[in-house]
Each structure stands twice: as structure tokens, then as C-alpha cells.
Design a protein around this ligand. Sequence first.
Ligand SMILES: *Cc1c(COP(=O)(O)O)cnc(C)c1O
Ligand code: SF4
Length: 459
Amino acid sequence: MTTSVSKKMRLFGLQHLDRIPQIRQLSEEQIFATRVVASVLPFRVNNYVLDELIDWSNIPRDPIFQLTFMQKDMLEPKHFSRMADLIKAKAPKHEINQAANEIRLELNPHPAGQLSANVPEMNNQSVPGVQHKYRETCLVFPSSGQTCFSYCTFCFRWPQFVGLQDFKFTTDEANQFLNYIEQKKEITDILVTGGDPLIMSASRLSAYLEPLLRPEFDHVRSIRLGTKVLGYWPYRFITDRDADELLRLFQKLADSGKHLAFMAHFNHPRELETDAVQQAVSRLRNTGLQIRTQSPILKHINDDPEVWSSMWQKQVEMGMIPYYMFVERDTGPRQYFEIPLVRTWRLYQRAIQKVSGLARTVRGPSMSCLPGKVCVEGIAEINSQKLFVLSMLQGRNPDWVKRPFFAAYDESAVWLDDLRPAFGEKEFFFEAELQKLLRKDAGQSTPKAPALENRRLSS
Ligand SMILES: *Cc1c(COP(=O)(O)O)cnc(C)c1O
Ligand code: SF4
């Protein structure tokens, strides 16, 4: 393959909207709407997305435009007009910020008990920058990896990027996460996430990853990096200054005998089409690392079986392994992107029917909820009664995994919270035990966010 021309990254945020070369393609109204919504939710886009991904002849419908540019309907009308009025009136900055924060707090900033239920303790202190929900896998949020190459409009990690206080997870300077992982011998997988950990320089990333090669971490068998770098900045592995150093680091980790994997986030097949991404994937695969792919299913971006089947097929051809299809989480602008579970499941089924077994490695549609990852297995009819067949791909208690359970049919349900057990039962099989597990966690010494009581199974 030929070498790409070197591309220097340019990032554009709310303050630099006017400097986006293509911004004139938007109407005044669209620009204003972007300004309003981006005062509440994070906005950032780079020159690769602008120049090589977005089809400017098809805005606002273009899926990559929808993925990165704010749309008016991403805020509820009352929130939108409140913010629009302030901006039109040229309100002082602190007033805009205060209104923004009030709106943000109404958008369920921390779904799935993330702050309250997933942060482990060591010596009576919570371990900074770690979430440990499923026995074998520990999530690490490196402090210097908490931004992204562009921000996805649907992102469930949005509170981190707008600087909402108390809504940040990051590792501390002493890197206590390493002590925690060293002590917990049941941890076999580390998933480094963010933000995007690939925003870090090769040397910073290596400071997080190389210690895991020491003998005291022999129990850690797989290292995963959750990243959207291939979708948003493939030049990271081609012409960025430390591209080769980064590839050498991956080679070293992959040669160590542990499994090294990218959990690569792609939302649309367009992201697989550029020369840059094809070169990046091939260079990465040459180091021995494995690339698995994942995405939520989103209205306006990829709610079409053809989009998914062609994306999976292309991924297989490029040597990647389709891994997860997620249901959009119950936070931020979710009402803009949500699709009823019934339709979501049909889309998944239609898409998977179009591809061979090599692409049927993808699991889902999966909801990351308080008890675990709940998968919609299908819709069945029993005694002429329609119902959802569900199971867990991951569970707070591993014994829950892969036990089929049933929910009453509901055309409009978009999340586990909306579902009721089938056959008139009072609760799902795991609910009593879940409450027990959460109470046990709540006995930890650090104060917990109060969110859990109001929300039955929410994430
Ligand atoms: C999805 C997820 C994992 C990884 O689960 P796998 O099934 O091993 O891919 C780990 N921790 C959390 C919190 C997750 O949501
Ligand atoms: S790349 Fe990932 S973390 Fe970053 S904005 Fe997109 S979904 Fe969120």
C-alpha cells in the first residue's frame, strides 16, 4: 500500500465553529442550533472527519454529520429555548454555564450506577479511575486519556467532556489502579478506556501498559484498548510523529504472550472506506494485535440493516472481528437516537441474516444495565402471547449469565427499565439478589451517589 500524505490534526470546538472551512455549507439556523446545543453537550470535530468522512452534499442527513455535529432536536424543546434565549440575549458566560449545568443534570449524567456501584475500594478508599463490575474484567480510565479526537453526539461519557463536577473518573498520579489489579487475581482482562486512550502519546500509553508485563501481573491475560481512533484519526498509526513508536509498543505487548486487542468503535461503513483507515488497520494487524469492533444502534446514523451488514462484512474483509451491537444508553440526548427494542432486534436479525458466519460473531443488541449486559435474544410467541426473550451477556453475578428470561411484549420499550416480567411475575429472577449486592456495596466507606433508589434497573 502507498504511504499517505502526512496530515496534521486540527481540532475545532465550540469556540472555533467559525473557523471550520466547511461551515458555510450550514444555514445560519443550523449554525445557531449547533451553538446552542454545543453549549450543553460536548462538541469537537477534526479535519479528517471534516475533509474525508462527511459528505457535505448530503447534510444534514449525512450519518457522519449526525455523528459529530449537534442538531436542534438533540435537546428537548424547553432546554433548547432556554439556552437559545440566553445566547440571543448575549447573557454573561457564568449565566450560560449555570443554565448549561442545570440542563445537564436533567440528562441522567451517570447511568448504570457507574459512580455508585462500579467503583471498587482498596484499604477503605475508592480506587481512582477504575470500574470493576464483572469479575474477570477491570476498566481503567487513564487521567491523560479523557478526551477524544472528535466527540460523538450520542456519547454516554459526555459528562466527562463538559467538566461536570464529580462526574470524572481518572487514575491518580500514584497509579493505585496497578496495586488494585495486582491484588485482584481474578482479573484476567484489563480494558483501558476513556475518552480515547489513543489520544495519549506513545510514551504515556506505555507508562500505563508496560507495567502489566511484570510477573506480578501474570494473571492479566488480555489487554484491551477501547478506542475510536480508527474512525476519527487513522493517521495516528501512519504519519503522526510517534506512529512507529506506538506500533513498536503494540508489537512488544502482543509478543509478550498476552492478548492485545483494540475494541474499535465504528458507527458506519463510511468510516472503513478511506485509504488512511485501511492503511492504519493493516499496520496495526502486522503488530499481532487483534481488532474487535462495536457500536450502538442509533436513529439518524445507522438504523438500517444494510448499513450494519455491509459494515460487518467490510470489517471481516479488513481482518477485524465484529463484537458488540449496543442499545443507546439512557443518558444525554438519547431521545434523539433511541429506537424501540422491538425494532432494534428486527434490525439486528435482518442484518445478521445477510452475512455469513464469519460476521455473526457480533453479539447483541445489548443494554448495559445495572445488573449486567442484557441481550435481546428475540421475540417469541408462547400460548399466543408475544414476549421478549432476554439473557445476560455479562452479569454482576456471573451465575446470571446466559439464563434465558422473559419480559412482556411492549412495542414502545426502549430500555430494560421499560420492561415488565412476562407471565404476570412480579420481578425478574435476578432482582432480589441485585438489591442485596448493591446494599453490600453501599456498605463501603465512601459516600455513594444517591441515584440508585429512583431507578429500578437502569444501567
Ligand atoms: C462490556 C463490559 C466489560 C467487558 O465485557 P466482555 O463481555 O468481556 O466484553 C467489562 N466491564 C464493563 C463495565 C462492561 O460494560
Ligand atoms: S469516541 Fe467514544 S468516548 Fe469519545 S465521544 Fe465518541 S463514544 Fe464518546
